[in-house]
Design a protein around this ligand. Structure first.
Ligand code: B12
Length: 391
């Protein structure tokens, strides 16, 4: 079975019309497509950077602001300039894009424009027919990020039914993975794992930490490996980028992965992808699991250097804490959303639960959605102190 098609979708700058693309995203994932959603009000540069890092087959843009001719053409132009002309561009914008506009946009390199009245199934079929063919020989990468993105794709596609298979393409990637690892062996990379239940605010917290890493050292580079669940039908909505604001930066390499049938919070290809990222010259590699349950222990086999469990104060009765296995192994427990009413009680209950472990686990209270939150500052200091102040 071929690997799922990956596309990136977004809404342009000065445009908040996201209802169409939200509907289309859901239809795509129901048709087995993995959709990396970047969100609305996005610059051309952000779309192009994300498309290259995610190594998608195509970019789908939903535009209602009237600037579609220039915007779509600029995306095509910048992709080509960055050596990623193999990533195609398509989209729609209801009645705001006329047939004459669409003709001009096609002349400028846009693949297809969909008009009002087109059925969702028709658009999903187009994506399968046009972008579903196996990739041929890859173009020579023009940047380190593009090369890394191609390698991650080869690793991810090398897994089938949860097992690594060895095709020629993958064998050569394994060799180059090893070469890459030896050449970067001296670079000290710290790998930090974030896990916790869905809705605890992991992505927002990571984005706030990234801001602090970037400000702390003007030369540091960060990688993020972010996971979302695959749904029945094998598509996935990879939506963490839509929450990330500070991480839209050339010093951040982010890759979104679907779990592709594996339970427990990660994908069958995570370990290999993480291994590659950890040897690619980044100062920090941040890995975020899908929202996990009580029994989850996603970071086995010393996959990460530090484990951070992010919790929501609304976990229910105190007894629930005894069932959360990650509370036994996390290095740092973050109680996020401490502006909520129950936060004070939650902090004291979790603190008490951690004392039973008799390990030097730390607990931090944060409100990640708040700018310049003191708790996030404290967490940042804890993380960097544990990695020898490097950042
Ligand atoms: C819903 C809507 C809103 C909602 C948006 C809610 C949301 N979160 O999206 C609200 C009420 C908030 C809103 C606000 C505004 N809106 Co408004 N809005 C619309 C409306 C009625 C429908 C758009 C829509 O979602 N259609 C549903 C989709 C599924 O169908 P479709 O548009 O026909 O698209 C088809 C294809 O093009 C394709 N498609 C679309 N995108 C994509 C992407 C991909 C990848 C693919 C494959 C296909 C595809 O899918 C559909 C298939 O049938 C249109 C009018 C209209 N009838 O189009 C105005 C319209 C887009 N809005 C307009 C305006 C002016 C505004 C405001 C500026 C109004 C104001 N002064 O405040 C604000 C701006 C808000 C902002 N921040 O950007 C104008 C734009 C005019 C222009 N550009 O020249 C329009 C055209 C109304 C008008 N006639 O004046 N709006």
């Amino acid at each position: 079975m071929a690997a799922p098609i990956r596309v990136l979708t977004a809404v342009p700058i000065c445009d908040g019309h996201d209802s169409a693309i939200n509907t289309i995203n859901l239809e795509f994932i129901r048709h087995g497509i993995e959709v990396v959603y970047l969100g609305f009000h996005r610059y051309v540069g952000d779309i192009v950077r994300a498309a290259i890092q995610e190594d998608v087959a195509a970019v789908g843009i939903s535009s209602y602001n009237g600037g579609h001719i220039e915007f779509f053409a600029e995306v095509v132009k910048q992709l080509k300039r960055k050596g990623a002309g193999d990533i195609k561009v398509f989209g729609g914008g209801g009645g705001t894009i006329t047939h004459d506009d669409a003709r001009e946009m096609k002349q400028k390199g846009v693949d297809q424009i969909f008009f009002a009245g087109t059925s969702l199934a028709e658009m999903a079929k187009f994506v399968h027919d046009r972008y579903g063919k196996p990739r041929g020989k890859r173009v020579k990468p023009k940047s380190a990020d593009q090369e890394l993105a191609h390698r991650l794709t080869a690793i991810e596609d090398g897994f089938q039914d949860g097992k690594r298979r060895t095709s020629n393409a993958e064998r050569s990637t394994s060799k180059s993975e090893k070469r890459h690892q030896t050449s970067n062996i001296k670079h000290q990379t710290s790998v930090i794992g974030f896990t916790g239940p869905g809705g605890a605010g992991k992505t927002t917290l990571i984005d706030e930490l990234v801001l602090r890493f970037l400000n702390h050292n003007s030369r540091s580079r960060i990688a993020i490996l972010s996971h979302d669940p695959s749904v029945i039908g094998e598509g996935a909505l990879l939506g963490d980028r839509a929450t990330m604001i500070n991480s839209q930066d050339d010093r951040v390499f982010m890759r979104s992965m679907a779990t592709r049938g594996q339970a427990g919070g990660l994908s069958p290809a995570t370990e290999s992808c993480l291994n590659l990222l950890a040897h690619s010259g980044f100062d920090y590699v941040i890995i975020e699991t899908v929202g996990t349950g009580q029994e989850a222990l996603p970071f086995r086999n010393q996959l990460v250097d530090q484990t951070i469990l992010v919790m929501n104060p609304d976990y229910g009765a105190r007894l629930q804490l005894q069932k959360i296995v990650m509370l036994d192994v996390a290095d740092i427990v973050v109680v996020n959303k401490t502006d909520l009413e129950r936060a004070k009680a939650a902090l004291s209950e979790i603190e008490h639960r951690l004392t039973q472990n008799k390990r030097k686990q730390q607990i931090v209270a944060t409100v990640a959605k708040r700018h310049r939150d003191r708790g996030v500052d404290e967490l940042f200091e804890l993380i960097t102190s544990k990695t020898g102040g490097k950042s």
